[in-house]
Design a protein around this ligand. Structure first.
Ligand code: XIL
Length: 342
């Protein structure tokens, strides 16, 4: 097909990436990716439970397939993610006796557990970063640690309950030591446009930077929908972090046709006006990112075509179409709005 390459259209601005699964390194999907993106991220296979499902057992095969595909095709890679509260082996949070580490009734035990947990985390991070440091520059070091509804605005994960914010410092320091000065280390989260969340993230990052924790940038997931948030609020948040001397990356971009909890479902009859609204907003977002290219170093979509997206059937049962290519791998109106803004 004679359509322009997405990545080529942004060559003067930033790399364009997509999340993929190992199976997508072959066949027509691979061809679509090769033409349109110059950066990849693993949608699942580099997560904690995939790489270290039990203590000391590291599974590299799936991650290696994506690294190999990227290298063969001259694509950059982002690593997602060294630490997260989700998709993590539950063995991390069991003590030497197999008991849960979280035990509010026994502070001494919690303290011993803290050391053990941080040691496990340090090993996890170093082992991975050492393996891939020559192939991967950008790392999501921690994912989704802010939760304005939880105490202190920090997500009440096992990581946080057992170590406070020390797990964040430990992970960034281990990543820097193993990855060296060229590794680019990100704190990644969703809803970073939301002022409450943004400000809590800012406060956390500023505090960590003041303590010498090596953070290079903020990853903005950018799972948005056709209704919001405003493009201005997304850019404002990036500007705020740039004032701290930080880089920004758009790490998981997609644009749902629905509000998050809306139970309506267009099925395969998506109204034209919805696709048009999606195209307009995609166009506006990319225009704004281009205009702010000094503070944005990559834009990564969470998938490439609507047949494969975490938003089909999640968080409610419905068919979604949040990406730039349709289920037949054809460019959508949104693609043209992004590549060829009028
Ligand atoms: C999602 C994947 O796309 C799904 O396949 C998986 O079942 C769950 O995780 N924020 C993140 C990503 O940081 O890791 C999530 O990816 C989407 C939300």
């Amino acid at each position: 097909e004679d359509i322009p390459s997405l990545a080529a259209a942004f060559a003067d601005y930033f790399p364009i990436g997509a999340a993929i699964e190992p199976a997508q390194t072959g066949g027509l999907k691979a061809e679509l990716l090769k033409k349109h993106v110059n950066m990849l991220v693993a949608e699942n296979v580099m997560k904690m439970d995939a790489i270290q499902p039990s203590e000391g057992i590291f599974k590299w095969d799936n991650a290696d397939r994506i690294v190999k595909f990227a290298k063969e095709n001259g694509m950059a890679l982002r690593f997602h993610t060294l630490v997260w509260h989700s998709q993590v082996g539950q063995w991390f949070f069991k003590d030497a006796d197999g008991q849960p580490m979280v035990d509010e009734t026994d502070p001494d035990k919690m303290k011993r557990n803290k050391e053990l947990l941080l040691e496990r985390l340090d090993t996890h991070v170093r082992t991975i970063v050492e393996r891939y440091k020559d192939d991967i520059r950008d790392w999501d070091v921690v994912n989704e640690v802010i939760e304005p509804g939880d105490p202190d605005g920090m997500r009440a994960s096992e990581w946080y309950k057992i170590t406070g914010t020390d797990f964040i410092a430990t992970a960034f320091k281990a990543a820097r030591e193993a990855g060296g000065p060229d590794a680019r280390l990100y704190i990644n989260d969703y809803g970073t446009d939301n002022p409450g969340k943004r400000d809590r993230l800012y406060e956390l990052v500023k505090g960590l930077l003041d303590q010498g924790v090596p953070i290079d940038g903020v990853g903005h997931q950018t799972h948005i929908d056709v209704y919001g948030p405003t493009i201005a609020s997304i850019i404002d948040s990036m500007k705020k972090f740039a004032e701290l001397g930080l880089d920004n990356q758009v790490t998981e971009l997609d644009m749902s046709l629905y509000r998050w909890n809306d139970e309506s479902d267009y099925g395969d009859q998506i109204p034209d006006h919805v696709l048009k609204a999606q195209a307009d907003r995609y166009g506006q977002l990319f225009d704004a990112l281009k205009a702010n290219k000094e503070i944005v170093s990559a834009v990564v979509l969470w998938g490439i075509s609507d047949d494969h997206t975490w938003l089909n059937g999640f968080p409610v049962t419905r068919t979604n179409a949040p990406l730039l290519f349709d289920r037949q791998y054809q460019a959508k109106e949104a693609f043209w709005a992004v590549v060829d803004p009028s």
